[in-house]
Ligand binder design. Structure first.
Ligand code: ATP
Ligand code: PRP
Ligand code: NIO
Ligand code: MG
Length: 526
């Protein structure tokens, strides 16, 4: 397993992980068996679901976790560990790897909910501590991005094509690559990012830009006028276009027409025109129609247009009208829309009964402008077999102690009803057997559920080595789309969605609340 990103390694961390580890090492605590949970507390984008992503990168990082000689040399040069750190510490650091680590995870692409362990990481305290920041870095943005993409998918509808165009606006080269990767995993159909296509075998797609259109001033700019027709003869394509234009009586921008002809001659099988450079309805769409009709005459099938400004709903409907005026003469054409599109725009366009077939989306998607971070955290839940928990005034921040299992309980109608967390050694929920599911904090809130089906959500992926085949990005994407189709729509809707329940088994509830009582200091007031 090779890291797809060479900067991912043990130094891609916060200094405090290393300084704590020196402390663990000095006090001979480093080898204590520890268990950490990686979870988040609140779904992003005012939504009620999150897509878990980043697992493949987590496992690559784990497989390659080793300090290089060069890393150690750097650490020795710094004064991170006090004035005279014990030199044996550096020798020991050099020996660390993940051969004693175990990682349980949800499937990549799973719908996940607050407090559920996306990852459970077990191993020697020092090593699993050292992994914290990198694991969070690998999971937080990946999951946020995949969730954002899934939300755009829900807003656009499953029959629309979604293309990610964000590289130019992404947070640096690394952000751009991750954005393309996880936009696809979250349900997009392709990216304009060529390197992402090469690295992850994502379909790469694109149209053309205004510079291409405005670089032509008139028909004299055309160096080639001929195109092969369906009889295999090279015929004057420009003359044919002009004939059609005159027949239809269109008065359009000549530079734009020249640009479209040039593009059509270069890509007769793939003719797609950006139509908003001068005037969408009075020039761009008309020039497109003229060139498209000529291409049809020559035996080719034109593809369509891209709208990149103005009222996209109105323009798409008017453009479609212009196309249908030519009835059978033109094939079914694609209308692509772009320009600062976000989730709300997609919802609004839907309400306006747009005629768009594909959306090109950049800035809002890749920068996750609606919410720029997922607040995933990594918390110690067990040390040397003893459950640990972190208390907080804010109940949402209290961690659930111990090793836990998560089950998705499917009801009679085939929808997931709730997720149930149990202690690892707890009873396993069974189809047809009634089970008590409790709200994690409110004792009076509980419900009996009789599952139709029970899905165990976690699997062990790493046990000193990779022990389960990683799904491909295409499988994870498919998994996202299947789940979106199987969850109750009110949990997924954009505005005020219904929260999905994450419950505790009676055993876990009691264990958690007893430990809470033991750990919480009793204050004395006078
Ligand atoms: N019918 C529509 N309903 C809702 N939002 C729309 C609709 N059409 C376009 N939009 C959105 O409205 C915004 C229009 O942005 P803006 O005014 O900057 O662009 P423009 O003037 O059309 O184009 P430009 O300035 O790039 O030439 C974009 O975010 C776009 O996605
Ligand atoms: O709008 P986004 O969602 O980020 O999608 C990508 C945008 O990038 C391109 O143009 P660019 O924004 O570079 O220039 P323009 O707006 O002047 O066309 C493209 O034409 C889109 O409008
Ligand atoms: O191919 C496109 O149309 C494209 C690519 C990146 C950004 N905007 C548009
Ligand atoms: Mg723009």
């Amino acid at each position: 397993m090779t890291n797809s990103n060479t900067i991912v390694g043990p130094l891609l961390t916060d200094l405090y992980q290393l300084t704590m580890v020196y402390g663990y090492w000095c006090h001979n605590k480093w080898n204590m068996p520890a268990v950490f949970d990686l979870h988040f507390r609140k779904n992003p984008f005012k939504g009620e679901f999150t897509i878990f992503a980043g697992l493949a990168e987590v496992l690559n990082f784990t497989a390659n976790f080793r300090f290089t000689d060069n890393d150690i040399a750097y650490l020795k040069e710094q004064n991170f560990f006090g004035k005279n750190p014990n030199p044996q510490f550096f020798e020991w650091l050099k020996t660390l790897d993940c051969s004693k680590v175990k990682i349980y995870a949800l499937h990549e692409g799973s719908l996940a909910f607050p407090r559920e362990p996306l990852l459970r990481v077990e191993g020697p305290l020092a090593i699993v501590q050292l992994m914290e920041t990198t694991l969070l870095n690998l999971v937080n943005y990946a999951s946020l991005m995949a969730t954002n993409a899934a939300r755009f998918r829900l807003a656009a509808g499953h029959d629309k094509s979604l293309l990610e165009f964000g590289l130019r606006r992404a947070q640096g080269p690394d952000g751009g690559i991750s954005a393309s990767r996880y936009a696809y995993l979250g349900g997009f159909d392709g990216t304009s990012n060529v390197l992402a296509g090469k690295l992850f075998s994502i379909p790469v797609k694109g149209t053309n830009a205004h510079s291409f259109i405005s670089s032509f001033t008139g028909l004299d700019d055309l160096q080639t006028r001929h195109l092969q027709n369906s009889n295999g003869e090279k015929v004057d394509f420009v003359a044919r276009v002009i004939e059609i234009k005159e027949r239809l009586g269109y008065k359009t921008h000549e530079g734009e027409l020249a640009a479209f002809i040039a593009y059509a001659i270069s890509y007769p099988h793939n003719f797609l025109a950006l139509v908003d450079t001068y005037d969408t309805l009075h020039s761009g769409v008309l020039n497109f129609i003229v060139v498209a009709l000529a291409l049809v005459d020559f035996g080719y099938r034109p593809i369509g247009v891209r709208l990149d400004s103005g009222d996209l709903a109105y323009l798409s409907k008017e453009t479609r009208k212009r196309f249908t005026e030519h009835g059978e003469s033109l094939p079914k054409l694609t209308i692509i829309a772009s320009n600062d599109i976000n989730e709300n725009t997609l919802v609004s366009l839907q309400q306006q009964q747009h005629q768009i077939d594909a959306f090109g989306i950049g800035t809002h998607l890749v920068t996750c402008q609606a919410q720029p971070a997922l607040g995933g955290v990594y918390k110690l839940v067990e040390l040397s077999g003893i459950p640990r928990m972190k208390l907080s005034q804010d109940v949402a921040k209290i961690t659930l102690p111990g090793r836990k299992k998560v089950y998705r309980i499917i009801g009679k109608q085939g929808y997931p009803l709730l997720d149930l967390m149990t202690k690892e050694q707890d009873i396993v929920p069974q189809p047809g057997k009634k089970i008590l599911c409790r709200h994690p904090f409110k004792s009076a809130k509980r419900v009996y559920v009789t599952p139709q089906q029970v899905v165990s959500l976690q699997e062990c992926y790493w046990d000193g080595k990779l022990v389960k085949k990683l799904p491909s990005i295409h499988e994870s994407r498919q998994y996202v789309l299947e789940q979106l189709a199987h969850f109750r729509p009110d949990h997924l809707r954009q505005l005020n969605p219904t929260p999905y329940k994450v419950s505790l088994s009676d055993d876990l509830y009691t264990f958690f609340h007893n430990l809470w009582e033991v750990e919480a200091p009793i204050l004395e007031i006078t």
